[in-house]
Design a protein around this ligand. Structure first.
Ligand SMILES: Nc1nc2c(ncn2[C@@H]2O[C@H](COP(=O)(O)OP(=O)(O)OP(=O)(O)O)[C@@H](O)[C@H]2O)c(=O)[nH]1
Ligand SMILES: [Mg+2]
Length: 473
């Protein structure tokens, strides 16, 4: 602090017109030394240059001071990282945290999340339409009977429904193009995504506002209530019945089953809520906002001020493999890591379909536990998506088929959870550079009530650990 102050004073002295004493060997003073026989104009220019230099110097000093203050503040604050593979539920957990501890902020963002939820719904319709199109193409027009049906169970009725839903797709393309980060290839990961820190919320707010009030000079087709016709709310409302009829159609269900597609298991699935969401007066519920899917690209910093005066920084990272190298710079000074690991023993990574998801989670867990930079951090394991594990086991899917070492242990939630929890615990104990307690919670992040209770306990535990580290308690 003192160092910064003295740095600040000396720069000002150096450029102060009154104090400007030429100093031998001082490069800066030489620059502003009055030349011999200086004219009035030259003197005026020189003083103006000095004043400008002084202003710049002051700005630099102020910014150094600000950065230092921010740095000191962050050092005292509690820093938590949310880690885990893509789709493990990190951002969903973060939104639960916001809902529990910053509800005003959470509700203030409802409009932004409304658009994301609408885009999620359209994303599912898009997948549905692409399957319908594929099926219709495969059956081909030649195989059509005089009644219009094809060799597939799909018919001209489905073709017409598909045609009517196409405007939804072009509107979605326009909207996502405005939000997608640079260098993001939607053909590789066709999922809505934004780059951390890119101000995407501002962009989304602007786009939402412009839908109501187009910028001067721009004309958009408008409806009677002043909305633009490329507003997803309107386009969705107009498509509601077609979406419902397509999703509930027996023949479409048959095609999905035959192809082994379970849209209901994909992230951001809202098709069963179409009647509620595809309306002009749709307002997202807390559960909708928590469930919305928006892939994280990079690392997002979120600041929380708690009632007890503590300041928290929570970092939500993108979990896919290509983003993991970006985590490391955030490992410094971390108090706690919340590591999300769904027990998805029967699923593979989206970015590499050769890799089992649970195996990848265990690999990541080992990396995190053994990392020397994280040696002092508390690591809290969240076995997330317990609701999905329950459904998977209830559907008769056997763990032993994917994990032979599971053997003949009963294939129920209790035993499966216990088996994998022990694995995580063993790696934590073996690989941690210094002894630390193993914390583990079973969570379903879309169950906001239960999750908030878990988070309240976790928050208190992290705070206690932080105070102990600071020798306050
Ligand atoms: N059924 C169920 N779905 C969940 C749970 N947790 C998260 N999800 C859903 O899983 C999807 C992915 O969750 P995210 O929170 O976006 O995953 P992420 O870890 O942030 O993923 P990246 O940003 O790609 O790293 C979303 O559609 C969530 O609604 C859960 O416990 N149960
Ligand atoms: Mg995320």
């Amino acid at each position: 602090m003192a160092q910064t102050k003295s740095h600040s004073r000396s720069s000002l002295d150096m450029f102060s017109p009154v104090n400007l004493k030429p100093v031998q060997d001082d490069a800066w003073s030489n620059i502003f030394k009055p030349p011999p026989n200086e004219s009035v104009e030259e003197r005026r220019d020189r003083i103006a240059r000095q004043q400008e230099a002084q202003r710049v110097s002051r700005e630099i000093d102020e910014s150094i001071l600000e950065s230092k203050k921010l740095f000191d503040k962050k050092k005292k604050a509690i820093k938590v990282l949310l880690l885990g593979q893509a789709e493990s539920g990190k951002s969903t957990m973060l939104r639960n945290f916001q809902l529990a501890f910053c509800p005003t902020y959470f509700h203030g963002e409802a409009l932004i999340w409304k658009t994301i939820i609408q885009l999620n719904l359209i994303g599912s319709v898009k997948k549905l339409l692409s399957i319908v199109e594929d099926e219709l193409e495969m059956s081909g027009p030649r195989s059509r009977s005089p009644t219009g049906s094809t060799s597939s169970s799909l018919s001209d009725h489905h073709r017409r429904t598909r045609m009517r839903l196409l405007p939804l797709l072009s509107m979605e393309t326009n909207l996502t193009r405005q939000l997608l980060p640079e260098h993001y290839d939607p053909s590789r990961t066709p999922e809505i995504c934004v780059r951390a820190g890119s101000g995407w919320k501002t962009v989304l707010e602007r786009v939402t506002l412009e839908r109501r009030v187009p910028p001067t000079g721009q004309r958009r087709p408008m409806t009677n209530d002043g909305r633009s016709k490329d507003d997803p709310t309107l386009v969705l409302a107009a498509s509601k019945n077609d979406i419902i009829s397509l999703w509930e159609d027996e023949s479409v269900r048959e095609v999905l089953k035959r192809r082994g597609v379970r849209l209901e298991d994909s992230p951001g699935f809202f098709l069963t809520d179409t009647a509620r969401i595809a309306t002009v007066d749709y307002e997202p519920t807390e559960e909708d906002i928590v469930r919305a899917r928006l892939r994280t690209f990079g690392v997002e910093e979120h600041r929380f001020l708690q009632d007890n005066g503590s300041e928290w920084y929570i970092y939500d990272v993108g979990g896919s493999r290509c983003m993991r190298p970006q985590w490391v710079p955030y490992f410094d000074d971390v108090q706690a890591i919340i590591f999300l690991a769904p027990l998805s023993f029967n699923q593979v990574l989206e970015e590499d379909r050769q890799v089992n998801r649970l195996e990848d989670s265990i690999y990541l867990w080992k990396e995190v536990c053994s990392n020397p930079l994280l040696a002092r951090a508390n690591i809290i394991l969240f076995l997330n998506k317990m609701d999905i594990l329950q459904k998977t086991l209830a559907a008769g899917i056997k763990v032993a088929t994917y994990v032979p070492s599971y053997g003949s242990t009963p294939n129920d939630v209790e035993n499966v959870t216990k088996y994998f929890k022990e694995k995580f615990r063993a790696y934590h104990k073996r690989l941690s550079p210094r002894p630390r307690t193993f914390f583990c919670h079973e969570t379903s992040a879309i169950d906001t009530k239960a999750t908030q209770a878990v988070l309240a306990g976790v928050r208190d535990g992290i705070l206690r650990h932080h105070l102990e580290e600071l020798n306050v308690i």
